[in-house]
Design a protein around this ligand. Structure first.
Ligand SMILES: Nc1ncnc2c1ncn2[C@@H]1O[C@H](COP(=O)(O)OP(=O)(O)OP(=O)(O)O)[C@@H](O)[C@H]1O
Length: 254
């Protein structure tokens, strides 16, 4: 099998007595759109924090294109772009300043930074806003700017944590279309965390995370076949119900 963009093996994480992730293993094949489907509290954000090393993983391994995020952090993280659920833009900077500052953090030289900034702004239909303050952008434009910023260093793997939250229908559809284009036209691997079933297509790869555990993963077709269900909603509900009441993501009972 080709080298996966992201490979997580047997990773667990707890906040004090609260288990957030329980022996999670998953892969994001290079060049795939992989949906990480889970309800609130499933552990999606915790998983992203471990991949980016905001939290240190205490067990298991995480590899980006075969580079271990703990032992080979620079090589691993240089191949990773991320858009967090909460906005991380400085509202007082201009669009241009936001991108150039971020490019500098990645060690991209000034000339290349200007070139890349122009490219990604064009790609995300923000070229005419380059001199505007971030605070004057709409919610959808801010999200697009965050994705553009995450692509400045040309990562082959992009993680997005519930990126459409708070966007109207049109902005949401436009964003999904743009991200799918990153897969189809640029061959990037995407891990798209969501709790919205209608953001997932039949051709996607799917990982179902529930209360800190991976319940299943594979192509959407595989998951439907495996659960013997005609649609994703029924498949998801069956998987969640069958997972029983073994309560990870909750305080242990006395
Ligand atoms: N810093 C923290 N301290 C304590 N518990 C935490 C912390 N961060 C997350 N948790 C707990 O870990 C579990 C997983 O939370 P996480 O935010 O990763 O889920 P999520 O799938 O991203 O949910 P959401 O869609 O609501 O953002 C939850 O039980 C949550 O309460």
């Amino acid at each position: 099998m080709a080298q996966p963009a992201l490979r997580i093996d047997d990773v667990s994480h707890a906040f004090g007595a609260r288990t957030a992730l329980d022996r999670v293993s998953l892969t994001v094949p290079a060049g795939s759109f992989t949906a990480l489907l889970g309800l609130n509290g499933a552990g999606k954000t915790t998983l992203f924090s471990l991949v980016t090393r905001l939290h240190d993983s205490t067990s298991g391994t995480i590899q980006i294109f075969d580079f271990d995020v703990r032992r080979e952090a620079p090589a691993a993280l240089s191949r990773l772009g991320i858009v967090f659920q909460a906005r991380t833009l400085d509202l007082d900077l201009s669009v241009r300043q936001s991108l150039l500052y971020h490019a500098a953090l990645h060690g991209i030289g000034r000339r290349l930074a200007h070139e890349r900034a122009a490219q990604v702004l064009k790609q995300f239909a923000l070229a005419d806003r380059i001199d505007d303050k971030v605070r004057n952008l709409s919610g959808g434009q801010m999200r697009r700017l965050e994705i553009a910023r995450a692509l400045l260093h040309d990562p082959a793997l992009l993680l997005l944590d519930e990126p459409t939250v708070g966007l109207d229908v049109e902005a949401r559809q436009g964003l999904i279309r743009e991200v799918r284009r990153l897969v189809a036209e640029e061959g990037r691997g995407i891990l798209w965390a969501t709790h919205l079933l209608d953001e997932i297509e039949m051709s996607d790869r799917l990982v179902v995370l529930h209360k800190g555990r991976v319940l299943t993963q594979g192509s959407v077709q595989d998951v439907l076949a495996q659960t013997g269900t005609p649609d994703l909603q029924t498949a998801f509900l069956n998987l969640v119900n069958a997972s029983g009441a073994t309560a990870v993501g909750q305080e242990p009972a006395e």
